[in-house]
Design a protein around this ligand. Structure first.
Ligand code: HEM
Ligand code: NAG
Ligand code: NAG
Length: 511
């Protein structure tokens, strides 16, 4: 008798404790006068995974119309803050920049560059800050800073001019042999050679099977390096790797091996007095003793910055140029307007150059509209809070997961009026001779604040120069009857469906 009563009592108190714990877990502690951010009801254990589906940026943009700029969902048992609206995002990432500069500690991040990545690692302290400064300096020196040894304005300009001409020849060969081409596969090789030259100088392989196989398969990376990767929220999935996770692991291994070999060669004939590329600059920093403002950076954390720079500089710029070509064949009248502008401002006797940028506002407006309309980087990389904070009156505890919906900012009805129209003209001032700066600053694709992209200027200049040189000489099209599908495929960077039917014809014969 006494025993069963004791058992009952034990059972009852266990159930009570469990219920109490569940309620506590669902309603976290919030200081007086503040509220938790609102959000829809979610399933126990799963949270909102099923709601997010295949296109989380679209679902979360819709939810923001109902719940506002600061809302909360759950993935598995992890609460996730979702920010929308440019003003709210600016408040968080810029005004309260230090609160929101963290990155979450994710399983998938440990697979990238053996866990040494600066971009994809939870560190946001002094070592991260020193690495970021170092990467930014080395990158600028060998891309956009003026190059004293050359007649062109900078390394970037030299490399892009060379590779754009090579690309034009390759496209014409393909046209002669096959009659059409897949723009992605052609563009990725050119962009790889540009970022390869800036990172490694002469040591970047001209053409090797290994290199081609890596650069053509970055989708194995971007399909998994997403804010919503299930393996980061349901750790048990680590032991049941999906095909996508296996592709991701294999890609990361091949990528590190490939770059490691080039860096090793570089190290052997490294000459401190003649630094000619980003790797050289980083190796020099290793030798110097890596004390940047008192924070020691371990050697492998310096060398692995190359992986961050090469990876980011390859995939994003390729995706942007490739999307541009798809929009051009879909909108031939916009292509004609860009070409008319090129003919008027530059003519046909000389090649376009970086310094022509301000005189070519229509091309500039076209690039801005590609960023906005495609929003091919739909979310910032995942962020996390570094301390307890508040935003718009809502309480957000430390180490809280944060998604920032760039796609929503770029398609906000209140800002753009007709967000789904592809209309470069929207960025021109009334007389059409310049870019409306107020409006162009409302496009969000490079992130904001302390983690903002370090390659923004380089990327904008590179995309501009490639397109200007290509469009001066070639007209892009698809044969009548070919349907061009521009539905983005969700990922860290969103790609367009591949199309093998793109054609290019010379606009005039070159003497
Ligand atoms: C159109 C091209 C590009 C786009 C749309 C883009 C976009 C982004 C975005 C959204 C972030 C995350 C920012 C955040 O969390 O707020 C980022 C970070 C970063 N980007 Fe880019 N990027 C581009 C090109 C480049 C290039 C060319 C490089 C270097 C060669 C680069 C290097 C980086 C690095 C190193 C970070 C990490 C910064 C950190 O964690 O502190 N990106 N980029
Ligand atoms: C770190 O040092 C550099 C130059 O040595 C300086 O420009 C920078 O302001 C310093 N940063 C901090 C946080 O002290
Ligand atoms: C720029 O765009 C904004 C918003 O559409 C508009 O209010 C402003 O008048 C424009 N400025 C110029 C110089 O055209």
């Amino acid at each position: 008798m006494a025993l069963s009563q004791a058992t009952e009592l034990l059972l009852a108190s266990t159930v009570f404790c469990l219920v109490f714990w569940v309620v506590r877990a669902w309603q976290p502690w919030v200081p007086k006068g503040l509220k938790s951010p609102p959000g829809p009801w979610g399933w126990p254990l799963l949270g909102h995974v099923l709601t997010l589906g295949k296109n989380p940026h679209l679902v979360l943009a819709r939810l923001s119309q109902r719940y506002g700029d600061v809302l909360q969902i759950r993935i598995g048992s992890t609460p996730v803050l979702v920010l929308s609206g440019l003003d709210t995002i600016r408040q968080a990432l810029v005004q309260q920049g230090d609160d929101f500069k963290g990155r979450p500690d994710l399983y998938s991040f440990t697979l990238i560059t053996d866990g040494h990545s600066m971009t994809f690692s939870p560190d946001s302290g002094p070592v991260w800050a020193a690495r970021r400064r170092l990467a930014q300096n080395a990158l600028n020196t060998f891309s956009i800073a003026s190059d004293p040894a050359s007649s062109s304005s900078c390394y970037l300009e030299d490399h892009v001019r060379e590779e754009a001409e090579a690309l034009i020849s390759r496209l014409q060969e393909q046209m002669a042999e096959v009659g059409s081409f897949d723009p992605y596969n052609q563009v990725v090789l050119s962009v790889a050679k540009v970022i390869g030259a800036m990172c490694f100088g002469q040591r970047f392989p001209k053409e090797s099977e290994e290199m081609i196989s890596i650069i053509r398969n970055t989708h194995d990376f971007v399909e998994s390096a997403i804010s919503t990767n299930p393996v980061d929220f349901f750790p048990i999935l680590q032991y049941f790797p999906t095909p996508a996770l296996q592709r991701f692991k294999a890609f990361n291994q091949k990528f590190v091996q490939f770059l490691q070999k080039i860096i090793q060669e570089h190290y052997q004939d490294f000459d401190e007095n003649s630094i000619q590329d980003i790797t050289g600059a980083l190796l020099k920093h290793c030798k110097k003793g890596s004390r940047a403002n008192g924070s020691h950076i371990p050697r492998e954390k310096i060398v692995s910055l190359i992986n961050d720079i090469f990876g980011a500089g390859l995939d994003t710029v390729t995706t942007a140029i490739s999307w541009s070509l798809m929009y051009l064949v879909k909108n031939p009248e916009k292509q004609r307007k860009i070409q008319e502008e090129l003919d008027t401002v530059i003519g046909r006797a000389r090649q376009p150059q970086l310094s022509d940028r301000l005189q070519l506002p229509y091309l500039e407006a076209f690039i801005l509209e590609i960023f906005r309309h495609s929003s091919f980087v739909p979310f910032n990389l995942p962020r996390s809070t570094t301390r307890d904070t508040t935003l718009n009156g809502f309480y957000i505890p430390r180490k809280h997961f944060v998604f920032i919906n760039q796609w929503q900012v770029n398609h906000d009805q209140k800002v753009w009026g007709d967000p789904f129209e592809f209309r470069p003209e929207r960025f021109l001032t009334a007389d059409g001779t310049a870019i409306n700066k107020t409006l162009s600053e409302k496009v969000m694709i490079f992130g904001l604040g302390k983690r903002r992209c370090i390659g923004e200027v380089l990327a904008k200049w590179e995309i501009f120069l490639f397109l200007a040189i290509l469009l001066q000489q070639l007209e892009f099209s698809v044969p009548a009857g070919v349907k061009v599908d521009l539905t983005p495929i969700y990922g860290l960077t969103m790609k367009h469906p591949r199309c093998e039917h793109v054609q290019a014809r010379p606009r005039f014969s070159i003497k």
